[in-house]
Design a protein around this ligand. Structure first.
Ligand code: FRU
Length: 513
């Protein structure tokens, strides 16, 4: 660790000590105007946040629990922070849901509504909300043990406001695997029991249970010879559009060597029979090609059956040193995942959940045009908060590289472009503002090479993040950046030829805080 990082960590922890504690129940604190503070993404009121946890819908509310350390802006003893939303867009902060105890910190996990009261935690009038999470015994870790991660449960009968931990925790003791965590539980209809998938070092393990309290090992799935660490898995069925076939998706986040470096969320499309997941292990795909979508998992109990997901908008390579002062990290926009057929087989397509349209303010047109070897201004931006829908002409855009570029008067620029030579999209944040906090930050991040491209885009720009859904969402990028002032200008660039585009749309987006 270099001296600069040490100093930065020291300054941020000093600032953290002086900061007020997170305020439960606050929806619009004035400090959500701080530089780089996300304006339409969820971020904690203050202090450190990582993975989304326990995402579950119940009685009109989408719950978001999250890895939270209330005493610092860097990672520490983990709690479950808590917020609720009626539309996954506007959030209300609630008090911390789960605190560390004698079994350890509260690591990542999931929550279910136990409609049949299989756990017996219910009181007959309301189904219990049951949280299933890892406990990380820091003393055990420091003593060099290997069995310091176990799985525990807790329940709530008042819409997640207060929680009772199960007296007989842990419900799954450690089988001798150091990294044994992040349980995601689903109800498996065909077998009429609960299924848990959890990350066990370099693979996923599956357990089953009649009652959420007693669990039996069922099977495991991994990639032979690949020793990268798995975290935060998810498992769910999905029907391809216009087909009766159900595919099962296994999501797993990978702690090293993601496609653009560092941490990234991957998935397999396969089958699950209630015990065993089968898929071709060599067909591991990436849910996002930006650097900042980790630990993405889905909501449980969504009323209309959509597969809705949320990810942590950062990367462990630099999450703890990004230049935000009172809080650290935000979540992605809620995403609607669907199966999309491609020549290379089915892939997960992601689009913003339709509720995101609630953010739209004024509609502003983007005129059609063309540019050859240069830049053409598209818009001066009164507000950098925007959604854009845009399409380049695949037949007429012959440039070697072309795309959209956001700039400000401080010399920062952010590019989302298409590279004809490799037939793929890319994001270039190499000059998008502050990056000296980590040598892993600045860079050009590449999407997959495509057989053919329609060159359509849907883009969401917040004060310090870009989410781009290219090719109807078959290729997405989530990227954070820290400009020295808001981006003020939007242009099209073309290098080595022409870029041609049709009329597009731009919406100013509203702040949620
Ligand atoms: C993923 C992760 C999880 C763990 C949690 C701890 O980002 O490392 O595996 O449960 O964070 O905060």
């Amino acid at each position: 660790m270099n001296i600069f990082l040490v100093l930065l960590l020291l300054v941020t922890s000093l600032l953290a000590c002086e900061s007020p504690q997170p305020q439960a129940g606050s929806t619009a604190p004035a400090r959500y105007s701080e530089p780089h503070r996300p304006q339409f993404h969820f971020s904690p009121d203050s202090m450190w946040m990582n993975d989304p946890n326990g995402m579950v819908f119940f009685d009109g509310e989408y719950h978001l629990f999250y890895q939270f350390y209330p005493d610092s802006t860097v990672w520490g003893p983990m709690h479950w922070g808590h917020a609720v939303s009626r539309d996954m867009v506007r959030w209300e902060h609630l008090p911390i849901a789960l605190y560390p105890d004698s079994l350890g910190y509260i690591f990542s996990g999931s929550a279910v509504i136990d409609h049949r009261n299989t756990s017996g935690f219910g009181d007959g009038s309301t189904p219990p909300m049951v949280a299933i999470f890892t406990q990380h015994d820091i003393a055990g870790e420091q003593a060099g043990q290997t069995d310091y991660q176990t799985q525990s449960i807790a329940y709530s009968l008042d819409k997640g406001r207060t929680w009772t931990k199960y007296a007989a925790n842990p419900v799954i003791p450690n089988p001798g695997i150091k990294d044994f965590r992040d349980p995601k539980v689903i109800w498996h209809d065909a077998t009429g029991r609960w299924v848990m998938v959890l990350a066990a070092y370099d693979k996923a393990m599956f357990y089953t249970s009649p009652d959420l309290k007693t669990w039996a090992y069922a099977s495991e799935f991994g990639i032979e010879g690949d020793k990268r660490l798995w975290e935060c898995p998810d498992l769910f069925p999905m029907r391809a559009a216009g087909s009766d076939t159900i595919a099962w998706i296994l999501i797993t986040s990978i702690q090293q060597q993601g496609p653009n470096g560092g941490t990234a969320t991957s998935y397999f499309v396969g089958d699950f029979d209630g015990n065993t997941f089968t898929a071709n292990p060599s067909e591991q795909r990436w849910l996002d090609h930006g650097k900042d979508n980790y630990a993405m998992v889905t909501w449980s109990n969504v009323p209309d059956g959509r597969t809705l997901a949320l990810g942590w908008m950062s990367n462990w390579q630099y999450a703890q040193v990004v230049p935000t002062m009172r809080w650290r990290s935000a979540m992605t926009l809620p995403r609607h995942l669907q199966l999309s057929g491609t020549s290379g087989g089915p892939i997960l397509r992601s689009a913003p959940a339709r509720e995101v349209e609630n953010l739209r303010g004024h509609t502003l047109p983007l005129a059609a045009g063309e540019v050859e070897n240069g830049m053409m201004n598209l818009a001066e931006l009164a507000s950098p908060l925007m959604e854009i829908q845009f399409q380049f002409s695949p037949e007429q855009s012959s440039a070697r590289r072309f795309g959209l570029i956001w700039t400000n008067d401080e010399g920062d620029s952010l590019r989302l472009g298409f590279d004809r030579e490799r037939n793929g999209w890319f994001v270039d944040r190499s000059q998008a503002g502050a990056s000296d906090f980590s040598k892993e930050f600045a860079g050009i991040h590449l999407g997959p090479e495509l057989d053919s491209a329609k060159l359509d885009l849907r883009i969401f720009l917040d004060w310090s993040s870009l989410e781009a859904f290219c090719e109807a969402g078959d290729v997405s990028f989530t990227e954070i950046f820290f400009p020295n002032e808001p981006m003020k200008h939007l242009a099209v660039f073309a290098e080595g030829g022409k870029a041609v585009w049709g009329p597009g749309s731009r919406w100013e987006l509203k702040r949620i805080w």
